[in-house]
Design a protein around this ligand. Sequence first.
Ligand SMILES: [Cu+2]
Length: 103
Amino acid sequence: MTRKLAVACMTILLLTLSSVQLSAETAAPSPGAKTIVLSIAGMSCEGCATGIRAMLKRTSGVISADVNYEKQTGTVVYDSRKTNEAGIVEVVSKMGYKVAILK
Ligand SMILES: [Cu+2]
């Protein structure tokens, strides 16, 4: 991994973490809850996974998000009344990663 890339990762990480406290935790089970599993290509370190996780968690309609750097996957539970698969994919795609829906 190049130094430049690492700096970019850290920048994304800091940007996402700095605003993550603003989002309210949605812990209660929701009747519209659905789970999507994504393949996320392009993560080069744990910081990428942390950054994506933070970004997803502050996305409207996302109930919980888990991103696995080793497996290059992400599992997102979302409220289908507030967002959809395309919305979730778009959030991660916009960060510069290649996303595919696994299930
Ligand atoms: Cu990274």
